[in-house]
Write a protein that binds this ligand. Sequence first.
Ligand SMILES: [Zn+2]
Length: 433
Amino acid sequence: MTAYESVIGLEVHVQLKTNSKIFCSCPTGFGETANSQICPVCCGYPGVLPVLNKKAVDELVRAALAVGCRINPRSVFARKQYFYPDLPKNYQISQHDLPLAVNGHLDIPQKSGEKKTVRIQRIHLEEDAGKLLHAVGSRALDYSLVDLNRTGVPLMEIVSEPDIRSPEEASDYLDTLRTLLRYVGASECDMEKGSMRCDANVSIRPVGQTSLGTRAEVKNMNSLRSVRDAVAHEIARQIQVVESGGRVVQETRLWNQDEGATHSMRSKEEAHDYRYFPDPDLVPVELSADWIETLRRSLPELPEARCARYERDLGLSAYDAAVLTAEKTLADFFETALNRFEAPARREAAKPLSNWLTTELLGRLNAQRKTLDESPVSSVQLADLVKLILNGVINSKAAKVVFDHMFTEGGDPETIVKAKGLVQVDDEAEIGR
Ligand SMILES: [Zn+2]
């Protein structure tokens, strides 16, 4: 039996966080009544002219800088032409040979502690298409309805090089990318709401072969799990095709999560099938060095740097640091709490604070399906509780009682400790009395 290696590249579409669409002033809200957020521009009426939303460019550039891309000082919009009922203009405004950003990379932390680097080929700006509805509620229709609310929503497409080698790496890449883009604030990256979507180009080759095999593009995955499952299934399918003497054909396949299988949708088109040409309605985007620099300075400390700082300055384990920095809101909460301690005491407080935050508080919140933003215990209150423990005022058993009270009924830890008479008594005379 031949051993095979899988070769995977991901194309990720991410909705940029803007209030209005990319070429008109229609809002971008999710889940609104069908066709309530449209105008002649996003509906592609004859004679209308698109006007570029600057915020979409800014957010794309910030995201691109966060993954180390080079920003092209001049980029051009192109028309990608195809027919589909959800695309009223019969072309999508996208970018082709001059995208906004090229040559980045994403480092994915591995369990071994090492990092896997996936190169990013390009990031370009484009508009989303509309949506076809095949059911109303649970009632299936024998015709389709067209909803154009999404038409013209700004997207960035992030195209990786085929550097990914397993289904797990594919989902880790997406997970890392999502964390980073949320940090930057460029997107919500909510796969369930469609603000992050992923297509995977999958091929196999005998181990040792350097040229690439024929690839199939897999679409329609809407969670990290479905990406992992779909890619694993596609690899197994291709190996079976080759082992039974067949050839993998270049095509687009749709993932069906319920069946756990991919189905052929259409033969895969080549770029020249789209007859790209520069959009004559839009001027090239020219970014000055100052503009790019201002955007670079607007970036927050990124998760990788923050994680390294927690390990180095606070003495936290790589694991604890990774957990705390996985979401910006969590890391911010942790730091606000930690800043309640005097600077010299922070290193000592970091570990117990991290434990109380990630185990006790997040555990209670998760059980109630609440987010950290909805926490009844504030960062300052949690810090004050840990202070009482570290100062020996209460023991850890009493601390749990206090925490429970804080979580269910609210209140400051010190007040609760006094009210409940929980102060730890270590004066022997008093104990003996
Ligand atoms: Zn519009």
